[in-house]
Ligand binder design. Sequence first.
Ligand SMILES: NC(=O)c1ccc[n+]([C@@H]2O[C@H](COP(=O)([O-])OP(=O)(O)OC[C@H]3O[C@@H](n4cnc5c(N)ncnc54)[C@H](OP(=O)(O)O)[C@@H]3O)[C@@H](O)[C@H]2O)c1
Length: 404
Amino acid sequence: MPHQPYRIGLLGHGVVGSAFEALLDERKADIESATGRSPEIGGILTRSRGNFQEILERSDVIVEVMGGIEPAGTYALETLRAGKPLITANKQLLAARGSELLGLARKCEMPLRFEASVAGAVPIIRTLDGALGAAEISRVYGIVNGTTNFILSAMEDGKEYGEALVEAREAGYYGADGPTEDVSGKDAAAKMAILARLAFGVDATLDDVYADGIEELHPDDLQYARDFDMTLKLLGSATRENGRLALSVHPTFLPRTHPLAAITGPINAVTVEGEAFESITLSAPGAGGPPTASAVLGDLLAVMRGESYSLSKQATLPIVHDTTHAFYLHVEVADDPGTLSRIAGVLGDEGISIQSVLQRGLGETARLIFILHPTTRPHLQAALTTVGHLDVLRSSPRVIHVLG
Ligand SMILES: NC(=O)c1ccc[n+]([C@@H]2O[C@H](COP(=O)([O-])OP(=O)(O)OC[C@H]3O[C@@H](n4cnc5c(N)ncnc54)[C@H](OP(=O)(O)O)[C@@H]3O)[C@@H](O)[C@H]2O)c1
């Protein structure tokens, strides 16, 4: 006997939407045998095709892969109000209006799933909501933007920033909208807001996440990183410390022995830490049609089985932008006797101790590269203001976070 159809209203038929349609076609038989229903695309909406109300009426579920806040937000709310489950890959929408959407889904008792919104094929949302739903988590951090990881990997191989950017475009890692959201850290910040909600139960939005991008990096910082046996990644992190939650995205140096140091190219990886389970790292392709479609398909199977997120955590932790970090500090100074000890003295006056230092002579000037023991931004900033007034300084100090 033929299976009863399960109709999918597909909003968006671009990179993810068309890959989802193809993957659904391939995997249909297994979904039928797992659920007893036959999933089929019942309508497609693009700018030039389809009508949302008609698609909604004849669908059992809506899959939103069009992106942007509007009209995607209105369509998402209308879907839930109509008593239909919603699957979305839209991180911008969730980071801006996650509370409203999840609140409505709860009220309407409708599943709302969004695995593809963070880190492509990495099943981090269901891991945080399911396996770690009852765990006390101290930190979630990782590489959640494949485009910048690809660019940084290319720069470590000797490419200039501009060249790496062109390579990323040619490889299809960003499209017509350009790479601004990626390189500014905003895309990663949206994903960290979503992860913070799942891991810590806070009502975080994009504005709660401090984001530093990769546009201001200097190639010689990557060079010096090698001398310290470190590599550079754009890391998003959500860290519980002293009863507060620090949410940020920063370029960060990692020791080459760190598990995330080996994540190169467009791959994403997320590490979750907690006292009971210590550390879990998941990695997979973070973007592109098939990996993202694979996450959407997993959500479809879950919805067809009647599974909703538990969203068991609710907290009102104050959200801050920063916590204590080790830092890399780059200063260019006059190559005079006593300069190093003057700068070390200023750092010491702010209670900042030096882990290691490297000096490179450049004729009349010298570069000093410090790795500083963990301190807070305000302490470091106070020290840098004093350093900025020293007559030996020849360029503005540069600072990058260091992990581990
Ligand atoms: N691409 C990835 O690797 C990736 C990874 C993870 C998550 N995501 C998320 O998945 C979503 C889709 O990304 P994508 O890369 O597939 O985008 P895309 O290739 O630009 O496709 C967007 C699709 O949505 C349609 N659309 C956009 N605005 C519309 C509107 N106002 N009315 C009707 N249709 C509209 C477009 O129609 P037209 O064809 O007529 O323009 C197009 O078919 C986004 O939320 C993105 O953040 C993407």
